[in-house]
Unconditional design. Structure first.
Length: 159
């Protein structure tokens, strides 16, 4: 009798799994098969351009944090720059070669400068960071994306 119950439970579990496989959840605007939904989501995340928009914003915030000697905020922005670039590389791995030096050398050097809590060191390292941004853009054949040290504060965050 136990074996019959066990077989019945296994049969029902298997039937539930098959029902789940055939059931597609539809959202308000993400519709279609699972493959079509994934394609829609990927299209919305796009490639590396969104990562660069975020990086540009955080680059400015990093600069002003350094000017304010708000080192904790600067650390936060530097980490978010790294995450934004890594997320962008996940979507566009062909950009990895250009970003490698930036991730393995430039950002760690910036991190070291933040640990010193010294504005002069920060400003010098930030200039190096900016030069490397432009070098990376040149390697990616978009030298017209010329990064300059910020002159106008956009953010209301200030120490």
């Amino acid at each position: 009798m136990k074996n019959i119950y066990l077989l019945l439970v296994l049969f029902l579990l298997n039937a539930c799994d098959k029902a789940k496989e055939n059931n597609t959840t539809q959202g308000n605007w993400i519709k279609g098969t699972e493959a079509e939904q994934i394609k829609t989501i990927e299209k919305q995340f796009r490639g590396f351009d969104n990562a660069m928009v975020e990086t540009g914003y955080r680059y400015q915030e990093l600069y002003w944090a350094g000017q304010d000697q708000n080192w904790e905020y600067a650390d936060y922005q530097l980490e978010k720059i790294r995450v934004a670039i890594e997320n962008g590389l996940e979507r566009r791995p062909k950009r990895a070669k250009s970003a490698e030096h930036f991730l393995t050398t430039v950002l760690p050097e910036m991190k070291k400068s933040l640990e010193k809590r010294d504005s002069l060191i920060f400003n010098k390292t930030f200039q190096t960071l900016t030069i490397n941004c432009n070098s990376c853009h040149a390697m990616e054949r978009v030298p017209f994306f010329s990064v300059k040290i910020p002159t106008d504060r956009q953010s209301p965050i200030k120490k």
